[in-house]
Design a protein around this ligand. Sequence first.
Ligand SMILES: Nc1ncnc2c1ncn2[C@@H]1O[C@H](COP(=O)(O)OP(=O)(O)OP(=O)(O)O)[C@@H](O)[C@H]1O
Ligand SMILES: [Mg+2]
Length: 251
Amino acid sequence: MVPAVIEYREISKSFGGIRVLDGIDLTINDGEVTYIIGTSGVGKSVLVKHAVGLLKPDSGRILIDGDDVTDYSEAQWRPVRTRYVLVFQHSTLFDSMTLRENVALPLRKHGGLSRHESYRKARDFLEMVQMADKGDKMPADVGPPERKRVSIARALTLAPECAILDEPTTGLDIIASANVDRMIDHLARVLNKTVIVVSHDLRSIFGVADRIIFLYKGRVRLDGPPEAFRSSDDPVVKQFIRGEPTGPMEM
Ligand SMILES: Nc1ncnc2c1ncn2[C@@H]1O[C@H](COP(=O)(O)OP(=O)(O)OP(=O)(O)O)[C@@H](O)[C@H]1O
Ligand SMILES: [Mg+2]
């Protein structure tokens, strides 16, 4: 049996009286690439933020590696967040530092490397996202897709067991998103990491996912391998694949 890493048990979460998550039961398995999908505003980012303690459920429990983390304090969450890293939907690089420095900083802060070593190692991480030749540039000198790749490289410096990528290919052209897909594949198949990807990108989903979780109206509507998703008879799933609106807008 595959050991479970993140378990959501009957998780509900509302904002301003609107129930975004409505009793989510879900187990993310170790070593798998799990895609979380669903229309804009359905609660994908809210769901993954619960896995790193940035949001707390109104009800339900969250377990990580079998430990109930639901009532963890900030201090208890901190070490968890080096093993389970969330790369946010929007870039959070430091604007005043070069791309290399952005990646080198956590290597010194958490990895205890010297300045010289941290720069050398940062180059390897930038290489992984095809950004090694741009280490001297400032975040403002490159486009959003490149900033996204550097954010991913920075997250990986912590050597997390689980990388959670919120919309890693949104706004990227087809070549840049193929590079991100390759990186996700490498993380899972070569480095044996657990990867959770929030995405709208069907091409990426069908190319890389082991498992797809489709959220709809606060619940898990479909949970299975890409084949099950593609061949589903569920009209809501079919509508999503065709790119038609299925989201809370029509509620
Ligand atoms: N901190 C918050 N405070 C209040 N409402 C919030 C908060 N975070 C999320 N929401 C609301 O919860 C709902 C789900 O948001 P979420 O960001 O998870 O959507 P999403 O599925 O990630 O959408 P997208 O694909 O556009 O990123 C939205 O209605 C959003 O406005
Ligand atoms: Mg989101």
